[in-house]
Each structure stands twice: as C-alpha cells, then as structure tokens.
Ligand binder design. Structure first.
Ligand code: NAD
Length: 309
C-alpha cells in the first residue's frame, strides 16, 4: 500500500509511519514542523514539508504520493492553546482536516483514518468509563474542532463513498512525546525526575486519566486502515490511573524517590477520565496490550537516551 501520514514528524504519527514501514508499505509524511521534528520521521519514509491548510500543497502531496491509506494525525494538539488562540486551532484542526478529506475524496483513497479525541469529546457528567454511546459535549475549542471533523467524515462517507474511521484516543504516552509546553504528564514527569527535579502536581494528584501506549495506538490505526467499517471508536484501556500513580510508576522505573511539589488545581481539569474499548475490540479486533508499567519503563528508557540525562 502507499501510505500518507499527516503529522508524521510528531509523536503518534511517527509511530504509525514506523509500523507501516515495518509491514512493507511505501510511506510518505506531510508535516509543517509546527511542533514536529524531522528527526522523528523514520528512515525510509519520504518527507514532504507542507501545511495541511495549504490547498495546493495538499493537492501536490496527493498527486505525488497517490496514497491508498491516509492517517491524519496533524493537528494543533494543545487544549490550552485552543482556548487562547481559537483561530489557530480552527484553521489547523478543522480547515486543514476538511482540506485533506476533500483531497482524499478527489483522489479516491481507500481508507482515511482520523485521530480524534476521546478525552476532549465527552461531557463532564458522562459515566466513567465512557462509551461511544455517550453524547459528545466538547468543552474546549480543541474538543469542538476535533469532534466536528467526525461530522465531515460522516458526510463524505454517506454522500461520496469515502471509507473512513475516527479513533477517539484517550491519553497517549510513550517514546517521542514532547516534554515541552502542554505535553502529556508522563513525558513531563519522566524528564523532570530523570533530571533530578521534583515534578509539579496540579491539585492533589487524585485526578485520573486513561493512559494508552503509543505502539498500541499505532496498531489500532493500522487495523482501522484494514477494516471495512466506517465508524467512531474509542482507543483506550478503560483503566483509570491517578497522577500520583503515574508519578510512582515513573519513579519506580527511574529509580528515584523525589517528593513532588503541589500547585493549584487547573481550571477546567476534569476529575476522572477513562473510556471503554469494547467497540474497538468488536469493530477492529483491537485491545490495548502493553501493560502500564511496561509502557512507562520503555518511555523512561527512551527519555534517558534522548535527552542524555
Ligand atoms: P504532535 O504535536 O506530536 O503531532 C502533531 C504533528 O502535526 C506535529 O508533527 C506538527 O508539526 C504537525 N502539524 C501541526 N500543524 C500542522 C499543519 N498545519 N500542517 C501540517 N502539519 C502540522 O501531537 P500528537 O500527540 O502526536 O497528536 C497526534 C494526533 O492525535 C493529533 O491529531 C491529536 O489531536 C490527536 N490526539 C492526541 C492525544 C494524545 O494524548 N497525544 C490524545 C487525543 C488525540
């Protein structure tokens, strides 16, 4: 297959590109390097520097690559940025995505797999763990744009025969996640403890999230590309892990015992999040397989090597 990964110089996209290469596919990456790094693009993948909002650039990439499968990971992925700058979020996450979907339809791709968000989609009162049957009630510009793309996919699927899947990830963690800015807590804590700096916990640390390892997420994307279904599915573990438990697992893997600092709870942070993955099991034959401690050990080892701490 010929594969196009948008955002393939980023965290999750680079793992999808790597997995597709390892299965013998021809892989191209389009990325503007807004947050991604050329060094993340795996060897053997063709790299096209381009912005998904740029119609000519995207048209050119489709003409050059002629993809069978598109994995759309490129995004403004920071919830807080979307609150400060909703225009930037809207233009990348919605306009850029529609641009890609339109080109995918024109080019007749056989599967379009979209990185949606579970954590940002469901309302604060949804039962935990949350299934896809719970109504979407996004509480941020990021959640709104990520969710809106699912409606475009549904429209083009029903009216233009586009075959698609939207994967609502929970909290993804693993090697190559950026520890700068508003990154995942695992990346931030791993880098802090390995540098001997006490990590800061906002609130009392009892908030829970559903942490899914990046290689499991890449495999879910691959299965979604092979699947004949067009659907929205959670990609998650269903397990709640608290911030304190995350820190304890990282400290165990790193061999440290730093006392954390505690800061004010952040406005808008929800107390609990976990998503059921039964639909992914049914539609894709997918379940998360990497145990949390194993994923944390791999992430800590990568962090140590990458930052030379
Ligand atoms: P990331 O920031 O590492 O990767 C995003 C990539 O998109 C970067 O390489 C960036 O340079 C690129 N990009 C940004 N704007 C672009 C543009 N206009 N044109 C071309 N490329 C552009 O983020 P990630 O964590 O790998 O997230 C990948 C996808 O998964 C995103 O769509 C994100 O919304 C979604 N997601 C991530 C998580 C998570 O826990 N990391 C959870 C839910 C959903």
């Amino acid at each position: 297959m010929r594969v196009l990964v948008t955002g393939g110089a980023g965290f999750i996209g680079s793992h999808i590109a790597e997995l597709c290469l390892s299965r013998g596919h021809e892989v191209a990456v389009i990325d503007s390097l807004r947050t991604g790094k050329v060094g993340n693009v795996p060897e053997g993948a063709r790299f096209i520097e381009g912005d998904i909002r740029d119609r000519e650039a995207v048209r050119g990439a489709f003409a050059e690559v002629k993809p069978d499968w598109v994995f759309h990971q490129a995004a403004q992925a920071a919830l807080r940025v979307s609150v400060i700058d909703p225009w930037e979020d809207l233009s990348i996450n919605l306009v850029g995505s529609v641009n890609l979907i339109y080109q995918a339809v024109e080019a007749g791709v056989s599967k379009f797999v979209y990185a949606s968000s579970g954590g940002a989609a469901y309302g604060p009162h949804a039962p935990v763990p949350t299934s896809e049957a719970s109504p979407a009630q996004p509480n941020s510009p990021y959640g709104i744009t990520k969710h809106s793309v699912e409606h475009y996919l549904d429209f083009y699927g029903r009216n233009y025969d586009l075959s698609w899947m939207a994967l609502r990830y929970s909290n993804v963690y693993g090697p190559r996640q950026d520890s700068e800015g508003e990154a995942g807590v695992v990346a931030i804590f791993a880098r802090a403890v390995l540098s001997g700096q006490p990590p800061t916990i906002y609130g009392d640390g009892s908030q829970t999230r559903d942490y899914v390892f990046v290689k499991d997420v890449a495999r879910a994307n691959y299965l979604a590309a092979e699947s004949a279904h067009c659907d929205v599915v959670n990609i998650s573990t269903g397990v709640e892990t608290s911030v304190l438990e995350v820190l304890a697992a990282i400290q165990a893997a790193a061999g440290t015992s730093l006392e954390p600092l505690f800061g004010e709870e952040r406005v808008g942070d929800i107390a609990r999040c976990a998503l059921t993955s039964d639909l992914a099991a049914e539609k894709l034959g997918w379940r998360a397989t990497v145990p949390f401690r194993e994923g944390i050990a791999q992430t800590v080892a990568w962090t140590k090597g990458h930052y030379r701490l």
